[in-house]
Write a protein that binds this ligand. Sequence first.
Ligand SMILES: C[S@@+](CC[C@H](N)C(=O)[O-])C[C@H]1O[C@@H](n2cnc3c(N)ncnc32)[C@H](O)[C@@H]1O
Length: 244
Amino acid sequence: MLSHVDWEIWRREKSPFEDVLGFFQIQAAIEMCRGEEILDVGCGDGYLTRELLKHFKNVTGVDESTVALNKAKINAKGATIIQSSIEDFKPARKFDTVLMINVLEHVKEPVKKLATISKWLKGNGQIIIHVPNAYSVHRRLGKYMNLLNNCTDLNDADRAIGHKIVFDMNGLIKTVKKAGLVPVRQGGLFFKPLSGPQMVRLYNAGLWENDEQRDRYFKALNKLGTDFPELASIIYVVCKKNTS
Ligand SMILES: C[S@@+](CC[C@H](N)C(=O)[O-])C[C@H]1O[C@@H](n2cnc3c(N)ncnc32)[C@H](O)[C@@H]1O
């Protein structure tokens, strides 16, 4: 479980809402990680990779973006940071756990990418995948407000940040199965009642008696998402290689 101290440090360093959500994502992923050799695929600026270093000895981050990796080399000092696309990456060793946090929705041909990544796993290795949920309550509200025809449609905000697909749990499970992987656990994180920019304003608005109350509120939103994955902002699946 995330300790009060971890949360305090994170909140002080990373105030915008997206980073708070990232905190809950990486804490959940850390609890599900197995083994010592961890690979963070699409590690981006390395903020989440840095958290992995607190728990695991051998952490590798790979990403194709030069801009992101320049930050990752500073943020995740101690990790092996490699610039490569998923397509071109040829790891020298295999991994116990591969993380793909907020990445699969950005890639073309997700089945092909997952099939490639599955070859980097040790025999009993696992992949932990987090993606935004098409049926997050804020997208359902967007549909009721006639801003979206279907919750699984890409909207302008999705396109602006490079999303190629909006997964729901069924779509995510079908995708991992098509890649020859076996889902062993699935769920949701964080209940997000408003759009991203609105959540940032809510977080910064100071509606609470004090920071402790605000932190309790955001932790409670995370708990709500774990209790009601069908409404959660993030859905995840943990999968293994099909060895049969
Ligand atoms: C939204 S960011 C997520 C970063 C980090 N995992 C996080 O959650 O903070 C997606 C990252 O995936 C990387 N990415 C997307 N497609 C990729 C590919 N085919 N090969 C390698 N990296 C890729 C992007 O460069 C970007 O840094």
